[in-house]
Each structure stands twice: as C-alpha cells, then as structure tokens.
Design a protein around this ligand. Structure first.
Ligand SMILES: Cc1ncc(COP(=O)(O)O)c(C=O)c1O
Length: 414
C-alpha cells in the first residue's frame, strides 16, 4: 500500500494528552498519498504556464498536464475519443455537463443522490429511493419511457451515505434502450473500486481528486464529446476562443474541442498532475489488494457497530448488499453532533456528522424525521469512512469509543 501523509499526526484530546489521529472521514476528503505529494513536488521546479508559452518550462509543464489527461482517461477506462475535462471537483463537473445539455433535456435522478448530482438540472424528474436494486432499474425504465426529447439518467455509483453500490451497468442499459444518456457520479467509487466507463457503457463520469488522495483542487468530467463540443463554454475567456473579432464586426469563435472550450483561463495544472499521480498509484497497488484490505476493515467495523446496543447502521438495501468503505449510523438517545464531538475531543477520532449533502436521502433513511436543519446535529447521522492508511487500531478505537459513549449515556439516563 502506498503511504499517506499525516499517518503519524497527533491531536490533542480532553485533558491535554496527544493521541495518534484516527482519520475515519475519507469520504469527505481523503489524505494525500505520498506518491501524489512527490509528483507535485517534482513538477514544481519546472512549473510554468501551459499551452501558451514557448519556453522550455512551459513546454514541459504543458506535456505533464496533457499526460495527466491521458492517465485519467486510462484510469476511467474511457473510450479513446472521450473528452477529459479538468474541473474543480465533482460538483463543478456535474454543473459543467448541466450547462451543455441539448435544449429541452430532462434529467432523471433518484432522491438518494448527493446534492452535486441532484441539483444542477433545470428540467428534472426525481424518483423516490428504490426499495431494492431491481426497483431502481424498474423505476428508471418507467420514468425514461414516459419522457419525450433528450434525457439524461443521473446516478451515483457508490452512495456517500451508506457506501452501497448501485447497479450502474443495468441502469446504463436501460437508459440507452430509451435513447437516454447516463451520467455516473463516481466520486465515492473511484477511491475504492476500479471504474471502466467503456465496459459499463457509461456516457459520462465525474469524480474529485480530493476524495482520491489528491487534495490539490482538481476533479474531472469524462465522456462523450458531442454535447460538450456544442454546449456553451463553461468559462468564457482566454484559451476557450479561437478568435475574437473587433467590436461590432463578427462573432467570437469558440473552440469546438471540449477541453479548451471548457477550460478557459490558466488551469489547475498541479491539481491535474496530482490527480493523475493518484490514479497511477492506485493502479500500481492493484485493485485486488485494495479491495481485499478495505473489505476486511469495513467488515470489522460493521461487526463492531452491530455489537453495540443502540447503534444503528443506515442502509437502503440491507446489510448484505455490497458496499465500499463507508458506514453511517445513529446512536439512540445521542445527537450525531454530540457523538462526533465526543469521538474527536475524547478519543482523537475524526468522523463526519450531518446529512452529508444528501438531505432527501438521509431524511428517508431516518424514517422521514422532521427536518430540523442540515448540519445542526439533529435528524442526522454519523459517518465513518476508511481507505488507504486506515488501520485495525483506528477501527477498534471507534468501536470501543462508541461502546463507552453508549454505556455512559445508559448510566446517566437510568
Ligand atoms: C457521491 C458524491 N458526489 C459528489 C460529491 C461532491 O464532491 P465535491 O465536493 O468534490 O464536488 C460528493 C462529496 O461528498 C459525493 O460524496
């Protein structure tokens, strides 16, 4: 396994003691991989402008930036002619695509989506959380059949709330049967599982560097060129134009290639290099080893949680459905914020609490609890998420801490 930076980070806990940090918040933002940091450091001395400079450093940096595009294309298993557009993150990528949809396109989304995939669409049909995977396929089938005009099915590959994997190959098949396209939000898939856009027959995928151990501010949109070549340039400015006519004497001529068309201005070169380095590092480690280690640790964590009275794991499709290294839960009688703060302040454990930018989904999982605000600790859950660098000790510490907290709470309330 590649090393992560910060593996030896110590944090203060109650009483002033320092303890090793148990980072169990990878689904929000993963720590930087050592090879990612090394690639950025190596690129810095020759760092210069891309695409426009004649100087040697500019040429070298341009080559590194374009090589990063190739690496990300291969990592995503994209078709040779797919566009690979560097963005800021997944949210930026879904919004970019939303701005390029042919006029009158209707998006079909499930209410289980992260807001990044739920909200950018102008015309949208929202589907209720499906009771089982086959129901997702059936509901998408029915919704797409009822629509005229261009259509886009938007679906997450792995839930950021429950970690559950969605049947994206079957959904792609259904979308295409109705002449629709499919966008897959792969933000939580790519740090945990191999993505192969071509094999899955996906039209677009989006993901973020900072969830893929490359926290340097770049994400990506990968997919079919035609809509992107015709859509309004995402940013208007230098790099996106072929030529600008004098005032009053003609139209601005925009690039038709999606990459320059949507990447105006100076791009985030180091972010792209970092993202590509993370792709290389995961590929070199090998998915078999990555998945095996993650499944071992997440099984240990889930078994630990299940053994504590009052701790309830959230799940859409039941405990046996395949999932990545993410688990959300509630603790009877304790607000999620209270639990997360105690885990941090007393045990040096970092988790996330709230509705994880998936308000309709978390509300559904909590049984339609009245919405008392997003991140205020009420009507919300705690999420623990793991990845490269997570150890058995981190997992066991979380389970022991929750056992302590629930025992203390039971004693106080009795
Ligand atoms: C499934 C999913 N999609 C999209 C996003 C948005 O990612 P970003 O904040 O990098 O835009 C997240 C982030 O939590 C996510 O988990």
């Amino acid at each position: 396994m590649p090393a992560v930076l910060g593996a030896d980070l110590e944090v203060p806990v109650k009483g002033g003691r320092l303890v090793g940090y148990a980072n169990l918040d990878y689904a929000a933002s993963a720590p930087c991989l050592e090879p990612v940091s090394a690639a950025v450091t190596a690129a810095l001395p020759a760092y210069s402008s891309v695409h426009r400079g004649a100087g040697y450093a500019s040429q070298l940096t341009t080559a590194r930036y374009e090589q990063a595009r190739h690496t990300v294309r291969a990592f995503a298993g994209a078709r040779p002619d797919d566009a690979v557009i560097f963005t800021r993150n997944t949210t930026d990528a879904t919004n970019l695509l939303a701005g390029c949809l042919p006029a009158g396109t209707t998006a079909v989304v499930f209410d289980t989506e992260h807001h990044a995939s739920l909200l950018p669409w102008e015309r949208v049909v929202r589907l209720a959380p499906p009771a089982f995977p086959g129901e997702a396929v059936r509901a998408a089938d029915e919704a797409l059949a009822a629509l005229d005009g261009p259509k886009l099915l938007v679906v997450t590959a792995a839930s950021n709330v429950t970690g559950e994997l969605w049947p994206i190959a079957a959904l792609a098949h259904i979308a295409h049967r109705h002449g629709a396209r499919i966008l897959v939000d792969a933000a939580q898939l790519v740090p945990h599982r191999r993505l192969n856009l071509t094999a899955l027959d996906l039209d677009y995928v989006a993901f973020s560097g900072h969830k893929l151990y490359a926290p340097f501010g770049a994400g990506v949109l990968v997919g079919r060129r035609d809509w992107l070549a015709e859509g309004e340039p995402y940013l208007k400015g230098g790099g996106a134009v072929r030529s600008v006519a004098p005032a009053g004497s003609g139209a601005t001529e925009w690039h038709e290639d999606p990459e320059p068309r949507h990447e105006a201005g100076t791009p985030n070169v180091l972010g792209a290099i970092a993202l590509a380095a993370a792709c290389d590092a995961l590929t070199a480690t090998g998915w078999t080893a990555l998945v095996r280690e993650e499944e071992r640790l997440i099984a240990r964590l889930r078994a630990g949680l299940a053994s504590i009275e009052g701790v309830r794991e959230l799940s859409l499709w039941g405990p046996d459905h395949p999932r990545v290294g993410i688990v959300s839960f509630t603790v009877d009688g304790l607000a999620a914020r209270e639990v997360a703060e105690a885990l941090s302040g007393e045990y040096g454990i970092g988790v996330r609490d709230g509705k994880f930018c998936a308000h309709p989904f978390v509300r559904h999982l909590l049984g339609g609890t009245a919405d008392e605000g997003c991140e205020d600790g009420t009507a919300s859950a705690v999420r623990a998420s793991i990845g490269i660098g997570t150890t058995e000790e981190h997992v066991d510490r979380l389970v022991a801490a929750l056992r302590d907290l629930t025992t203390r709470h039971a004693t106080v309330s009795s």
